[in-house]
Design a binder for this molecule. Sequence first.
Ligand code: ZN
Ligand code: ZN
Length: 343
Amino acid sequence: MKAIVIHDKKDLRIEERETAPPLPDEVQVHIATGGVCGSDLHYYNHGGFGTIKLREPMILGHEVSGHITALGANVKNLSEGDLVAVSPSRPCYDCKYCQEALHNHCLNMRFYGSAMPWPHIQGAFRESINVLGPQCVVANDLSSGEAAMAEPLAVTLHATRRVGDLLGKRVLVTGAGPIGALSIICARRAGALEIVATDLSSNALAQATFAGADKVFNVADDTDALGAYSADKGVFDVLYECSGAASALAMGIGALRPGGTIMQLGLGGDMNLPMMAITAKELSLKGSFRFHEEFSLAVALMSEGLVDVSGLITHTFALADAVQAFETANDRSVAMKTQISFA
Ligand SMILES: [Zn+2]
Ligand SMILES: [Zn+2]
């Protein structure tokens, strides 16, 4: 089978890998679709991020769906031919955080396509993969592209759960890439009254509008676009900071009202914080990292027609054109979510 392997920055290769029959608790999945995520792009563009560096060739990818082609002897509730969304969350279920049901903080997490541990955790951009039965969520009502959106949707569902009550709240989303757009969808679903989005790309802001934003502002054209929202100590109850840019965080904090909540989702390395404003406005600063049980909720919301992500998938490339897929995903002036078809 073929796999998409990163060797070094800008050195992406399609290589042959062995397949094995599934173990008794596993199923074999023929991957249908894989979504290119920001972390995949970091490995492609820079060979890693922060202190995390590639030290051996690694199969990329963690946003995948596919069809079950073989079942291990112990697996119930799944059938050959099922389309499944495959959760890349593989905690140990044994460490102290797993015991506390904080699976996303597992000390032995084996999240697909991650160079954090050594040896690296090989990813899921491959024609075939053996996964544990409980990693699979049946998604027969969805397209394989939608099913592959379960992972980023689960990220924003987890963040939305951590934000808390959104009924009737005013929400600002800074950074309207896929995570920003999905945050808009989740906040609306959770009852937000008004949602405003900012970005530097007019293409991203068009997608934010599709996702349900009531107003969008291009802060490349007008750095004071949120000025009116900053009067009288601010308007917004919640900021989803999805850009990872210190300037966006500072602008957003200026527009948050007293008692508001900052939900930091963007990963841009360490940033300076406007601590005086956080203190004086009594703001809450929250982080959010990955997800666990929200993965099956993501599939359920899409399957029930309560969340529609299909319009966010702007490009799909064949496996043979993987390099083109990564280059397109890099271009925010055209791409929102870029996917690779393994079918
Ligand atoms: Zn992702
Ligand atoms: Zn654990």
